[in-house]
Design a protein around this ligand. Structure first.
Ligand code: SF4
Length: 370
């Protein structure tokens, strides 16, 4: 955690490196409460899955600690290099069935540390959002989501604030309408800023410490010029933190095009300052790639239709690792089905044991960061 004053004093060059790695904490009282739950089952599960991860076992004697549960499959915007905005997600539109989220949470809820209600969709469009958060509150899981704030009902926000949800990420790329419009096509900057301001104000009026309000900014060739203005605006609104997220190129092409082809497809969107990018501008490759994929041992992604993916970049149904339907769910056997076990073995050995499995891409090209 780096205090903002410290970041601002850095020279532009070193600040670029800092922007990639760190969150600007504007509110010194902000805390993540990731460990809010002290349930014995959660702790034992974390010990078991942590040990499996360290030993790289293909069978994990526990449940995922982090769940990304996409609740609504569309978002309403047309962001030019997002697979959702480009309509490149080859999955039928769907909305999470309330019976399905009860099935999922009854199984995984006691073991979770974090529950994220966004992947490629817009959670504020989901009609059962408040109901879901209230249901998940049975367990001490840290709950949050990201939103573009374009769908906003003050009545629903009041009810959401009453659920004591932990964190809301506001995706607003820029500090001015023209910059915002370049990427968030179909959205309104003034609506997004007004609504983020409203969230902060209402939370404070209610005397609550949560939700923490995080301003998320994708670093592209336009937003890179407004970093100082974004920090200044965030400070005046009173958000708790600002996260600058380097942009990813061609996510829909992750497993069908080479890294270089993907880079060339979207390179015009990357910041001019390569220090603000994940990519090496000479090679078109990621500058860093983790040695091992943690996600296979501690995270699960579930789409609104119940399909299961090993990580959030997997968008094609042909790469699904399973499917959940309402009713009884054996989470342990799902998290250890043939796809999961083979993927863990592949990543551990560095060999493409099953080239039809999506993780074989990461064996060849390096594990993805996101
Ligand atoms: S596709 Fe890559 S990043 Fe995703 S779970 Fe598999 S190994 Fe990990």
């Amino acid at each position: 955690m780096i205090p903002i004053e410290h970041c601002i004093r850095k020279t532009p060059d070193t600040r670029s490196a800092t922007i990639i790695m760190d969150v600007y904490w504007l509110n010194k009282k902000a805390d993540l409460r990731l460990q809010r739950g002290s349930g014995i089952r959660r702790r034992i599960n974390a010990l078991l899955t942590g040990a499996a991860h360290r030993l790289r076992t293909s069978w994990v004697p526990g449940f995922p600690r982090h769940l990304i549960l996409d609740v609504f499959s569309s978002c309403g915007l047309h962001c030019p290099i997002c697979p959702q905005g480009r309509q490149e997600i080859p999955r039928k539109p769907s909305v999470l069935d309330p019976d399905l989220f009860r099935t999922i949470l009854d199984c995984f809820g006691p073991y979770l540390y974090t529950l994220t209600l966004t992947n490629w969709g817009e959670p504020l469009r989901y009609p059962h959002l408040v109901e879901l958060v209230e249901y998940a509150r049975k367990w001490s899981v840290y709950i949050g989501f990201s939103t573009n704030l374009q769908t906003f009902s003050r009545d629903r926000i009041e009810r959401l604030l009453e659920t004591d949800i932990d964190e809301i990420g506001c995706s607003i790329d820029g500090a001015t309408e023209p910059t915002y419009q370049k990427y968030r096509v179909g959205g309104s900057f003034s609506n997004a800023i007004d609504r983020m301001t409203y969230l902060v104000r209402r939370r404070n009026e209610l005397g609550r410490r949560t939700p923490k309000i995080r301003w998320q900014v994708l670093l592209n060739c336009h937003t890179e010029k407004e970093i100082d203005l974004i920090i200044e605006t965030g400070r005046s609104i009173g958000v708790d933190s600002i996260v600058f997220v380097p942009i990813y190129v061609d996510i829909a092409g992750l497993f069908v095009r080479t890294p270089r082809e993907r880079f060339d497809r979207d390179r015009d969107w990357l910041p001019l300052d390569s220090g603000m990018s994940w990519y090496n501008y000479e090679t078109g490759l990621l500058k860093h790639s983790p040695a091992i994929c943690d996600k296979l041992w501690d995270t699960m992604v579930i789409h609104p239709d119940g399909a299961v993916s090993p990580c959030c970049g997997v968008i094609d149904p042909q790469h699904d690792f399973g499917r959940i339907t309402p009713g009884r769910l054996n989470g342990l056997s799902l998290f250890n089905n043939t796809s999961y076990r083979t993927a863990r073995r592949m990543i551990r050995s560095g060999r493409r044991l099953d080239s039809g499995l999506v993780c074989s891409h990461c064996v060849t090209h390096g594990v993805l960061i996101y």
